[in-house]
Design a protein around this ligand. Sequence first.
Ligand code: PLP
Length: 378
Amino acid sequence: MTSTTEIRTGLRPTRIEVDLGAIRHNVARFREVAGTDVCAVVKANGYGHGAVPVARAALDAGASWLAVALVEEGLELRQAGIDAPILVLSEPPIAAIPYLLEAELTPTVYRAPFLATLDAAGHARGTPVDIHLKADTGMARVGIPEADWSARLHQAATARGVRVTAVQTHLARADEPDAPTTSEQMEVLDRFLAEAAKLGIRPDLIHASNSAGSLLHDRARRTMLRPGIGIYGLSPGPEVDAAVHGLEPALRLVSEVGFAKYVAAGTPVSYGHHWSAPHAGWIATVPVGYADGVPRALSNKVEVLHGGRRCLIVGRVCMDQTLVWCDDAEPHVGDPVVLLGAQGDDRIRVEEWAAAADTITYEIVTQLTARVPRHHYG
Ligand SMILES: *Cc1c(COP(=O)(O)O)cnc(C)c1O
């Protein structure tokens, strides 16, 4: 018998199930696409899927690198015993350098003070620190801006405490197949590489492609891919369908009917009474809400799977409860309800939620909260 102090989650039926077989399949797809190295991006708790199990599955499927956004996220992987190379995708704060070195994480670098501090640290310990220099080629978010290329490349070329093992950039519009931006960015990257080569910087790795870049733009593939959303089987945007590229969604969000009732025609339901029963019928209440990551914007917009049928979410999504219109099919407490993923032959796709909530798949899965326990299988 588990003591009450050990029970934190799992008493209610709401849970996330992650198919690690799908993750392995998707990583293998990216390896086939280009025949290059794959760096599997597992930032933000593996896009909500659980960073450590996803990282292990990606490595099993042949990924040679992992990437995270934060030093803290890299430390979590190291503490779980993962010893593969780990790239930190943005330059960390200078105060994070001791942790970075201790855990042997590889930083992305673009600022002079960070590079100087790392150089000194590499000198002090007697072995150079491997870095991935990042050029801004048109995303204008982070990376060395063109005006600073020369100064930063000189600094890197003369620093004895660091070694530039990779050059990287990031694409702004890779999910738009017809936008010229991606090939323009590749021309800028080639100019950066030429300038680096003149100073003797010849990196082993060159990487530029997120999932959309990897799938759609062969010129952007270079020597390593950095897919994130695609390894979870999800589409980067409305113009790139993950399913068309043979990717399989890994995540299901499931619950059960917690309460059922028959309502008369015209009965208004939930906060604000924004929906009323069109005729007499059954309502199921499901113990999952916006505090679990079901966007309130989905009220009256998307369906769940119950008993092999699609049933509309009706009335306002609440913090801990969601109401579903079952019409004439009587729901029973304990019936399985699938909010995301497959039941039988049908599937509710994250892409449906993203479209209905006017957002992208990334935001849907990263906002599934820590309150929902993750179960991994496969
Ligand atoms: C998040 C991220 C990726 C992965 O992008 P997806 O669109 O999820 O494939 C790759 N590179 C960088 C720099 C990122 O921040």
